[in-house]
Design a protein around this ligand. Structure first.
Ligand code: NIG
Ligand code: FE
Length: 416
């Protein structure tokens, strides 16, 4: 299929970007793209491609933007139930960490998720995956972490692999047994840390080799935060995971700075995520590393807070910034990356171009798939969106409705 006559073909060609380079989108006016067997075969000006491929099936994108499918590199996609009651408690003044300390928050979702049957969990998760796709997300990272015992964590990995298999949304899975201290450990974070390192991580690796051997190992992620896993426990889990071959991610600086962003950079984590209380020293450490800085503005927004990632400083220091929803049943039930772009430009003063880069090629780097998705370049997977308008800035400028007209995954129209 040949998509042609796009008023802007936003390619994002040339790999992930750092610093001011994030503004470089590589737009082809009156652009065209040929797709063959799920891959991008050619990208260029319409006149040239229409002449070169006269017999290809055509899709006219006149007056429209064509861009890479959005990549959402941080979600907690798989859970059962909801926490609407906690939302009301927070509006009445209870903080997220207070609710968590009182047995709500993540623990409440753990109870609901453990009780759900596999089919129920799959059905609820599938609905969210469909909404993500309908809003233009074609690749998503998804974490376990609402099981906290081996069997229920593995059940969540199974659901994620089953959904990935089903398609069309492509899922990069993450094992996040260290999302909170399991109820069986009665708040003993050190004992649970030791258990994760000695029992869970090796078991997850064995399970993976038996059930998903053809795929790269999942990421391992830790909620590194005062009152959850401290810096030394985080280091212990990440070192154990790294020794087993897992690539690393980390939740850092969401509520308090305990130095976890610098630890992520030091240990070569693929990404460090949240980054609200991040210090100038942490920013320097991230900028000097290959660790992608993933900002999750829906979380402060969802908590009614006014402090966001110091994105300007991260970009000024030469960091690689990405954006994600943090989709979860607590602060951020949002399947829509378009809203994240709109919010990022207002709350963190990103330019629309920086936000778009952060949600495509840089987001792909945050899940180690930038060689495959995140830009429109010959040889890459044909994951693309046709927007309803002809100006990419509309994706950040307008908000609250779906601006995606057509979603293409691996060369097939999957939403229209
Ligand atoms: O990234 N901070 C930890 N995990 C999620 C929230 C999960 C939940 O509240 O259920 C986050 O914000
Ligand atoms: Fe998260």
């Amino acid at each position: 299929m040949l998509i042609h006559s796009a008023s802007q073909l936003v390619t994002l060609a040339g790999g992930p970007r750092r610093g001011a380079d994030m503004n470089r989108l590589e737009i082809i006016a009156d652009g065209a793209m040929l797709m063959e067997a799920g891959r991008i075969a050619a990208v260029g000006e319409s006149a040239a491609l229409l002449a070169r491929y006269p017999r290809a099936e055509r899709l006219d994108a006149r007056g429209r933007v064509v861009m890479p499918g959005l990549v959402d590199p941080h979600t907690h996609l798989v859970w059962a139930g909801d926490r609407a009651a906690e939302f009301e408690m927070r509006l009445q003044g209870k903080s997220y960490m207070e609710i968590m300390a009182a047995g709500g928050g993540i623990a409440a979702t753990v109870r609901a998720t453990r009780q759900a049957s596999r089919d129920e969990l799959l059905a609820q998760t599938r609905q969210r995956a469909r909404r993500m796709l309908a809003h233009g997300t074609t690749t998503v990272e998804a974490k376990t972490g609402y099981g906290l015992d081996l069997a229920s964590e593995l059940a969540q990995l199974e659901v994620l692999l089953a959904l990935d298999e089903e398609g069309p949304l492509e899922i990069a899975p993450t094992f996040m047994g260290a999302h909170a201290v399991a109820p069986e450990f009665n708040g003993d974070a050190q004992a649970f840390t030791d258990h994760i390192c000695a029992v869970m991580l090796p078991a997850v690796r064995d399970w993976w080799q038996q059930n998903a051997a053809a795929r790269a190992l999942p990421f391992v992620d830790v909620f590194s935060e005062k009152g959850v896993f401290d810096l030394e426990q985080t280091r212990q889990i990440l070192l154990a995971a790294r020794a087993l071959g897992f690539p690393l991610k980390l939740h850092v600086d969401e509520f308090e700075n305990i130095g976890a962003a610098s630890l992520a950079a030091e240990l070569g984590a693929v990404s460090a995520d949240h980054l609200v209380k991040t210090s100038p020293r942490d920013i320097e450490a991230l900028a000097r590393s290959d660790t992608v800085a993933v900002s999750l503005p829906c979380t402060p927004f969802g908590l009614g807070q006014h402090e966001y990632t110091p994105a300007q400083q991260i970009i000024a220091a030469g960091g690689m910034l990405a954006l994600a929803t943090d989709l979860n049943p607590g602060p951020a039930w949002c399947e829509n990356m378009q809203f994240v772009l709109a919010l990022a430009c207002r709350a963190m003063r990103l330019t629309p171009a920086e936000a778009l880069c952060a949600a495509t090629i840089n987001a792909a780097a945050a899940v180690r798939r930038d060689g495959l998705v995140g830009s429109l370049e010959a040889g890459k997977q044909a994951d693309a969106l046709v927007l309803q308008s002809g100006d990419f800035r509309d994706l950040a400028y307008r908000f609250g409705v779906n601006q995606v007209q057509t979603v293409i995954k691996k060369g097939e129209v999957v939403y229209n």
